[in-house]
Design a protein. Structure first.
Length: 158
C-alpha cells in the first residue's frame, strides 16, 4: 500500500510509522461525520494540529466519494451489510497519510474544475488543492477494491 506514496520523496519504511489508526465506516451519510470525528481525535492525540482543517476537509471528501461512487446501490445501505469503507491514518516524522479503502475497482477521476457553481463533483479538486499529494491504487491479496490516499507534510514531532 505504501509504494505509490513516494512521489519523488525518500522511500517510506513501513516499520517507521510512528502512529497509525484505522476505523471501519458504515455505508450511510453519518459516516462522513464519524470519519471527521475519528480524524480530529487521532490528530489531537498525535499533536498534528497545524494541518487539522486541511486533513479533515480531505478526509470528508474522500469518504464522501467512496460512499457516493464506490458503494453499490443507494450507498449500499442495508442493515446486514458490513462496513466496506475504511479510513486509515498513518504518521511518519514529517508526513501524514490518510487513505480511504472501498470495494470499487473504478478509477477516481476528477471532474472539470471550471464549474464551481455545480453542487457536486469538486471533491478530488479539493483534495488536490488541500493535500500535498494524492493518488490511488488497487488493493492486492485478499482485499478487493482500491485505496484513495492523500499525503500531508507535517512538522516533525518535538
Amino acid at each position: 500500500m505504501l509504494k505509490p506514496l513516494r512521489q519523488g520523496l525518500p522511500p517510506l519504511d513501513p516499520a517507521a510509522v510512528s502512529n497509525a489508526a484505522s476505523c471501519a465506516l458504515p455505508a450511510r451519510y453519518e459516516a462522513v461525520r464519524e470519519a471527521r470525528r475519528f480524524t480530529r481525535d487521532m490528530l489531537g492525540q498525535w499533536g498534528v494540529d497545524e494541518r487539522f482543517d486541511d486533513v479533515c476537509l480531505v478526509v470528508s471528501e474522500l469518504v464522501t466519494n467512496a460512499l457516493r461512487h464506490a458503494m453499490p446501490g443507494e450507498y449500499g445501505c442495508t442493515e446486514e451489510r458490513v462496513a466496506s469503507v475504511r479510513l486509515h491514518l498513518m504518521r511518519w516524522d514529517e508526513r501524514l497519510v490518510c487513505a480511504v479503502r472501498d470495494p470499487s475497482h473504478e478509477t477516481p477521476v476528477p471532474r472539470d474544475s471550471d464549474d464551481f457553481s455545480a453542487e457536486s463533483g469538486r471533491g478530488l479538486f479539493l483534495v488536490d488543492s488541500f493535500a500535498d499529494g494524492w493518488g490511488w491504487h488497487p488493493l492486492a491479496g485478499p482485499l478487493t477494491g482500491k485505496a484513495v490516499w492523500a499525503m500531508f507534510h507535517v512538522e516533525r514531532p518535538a
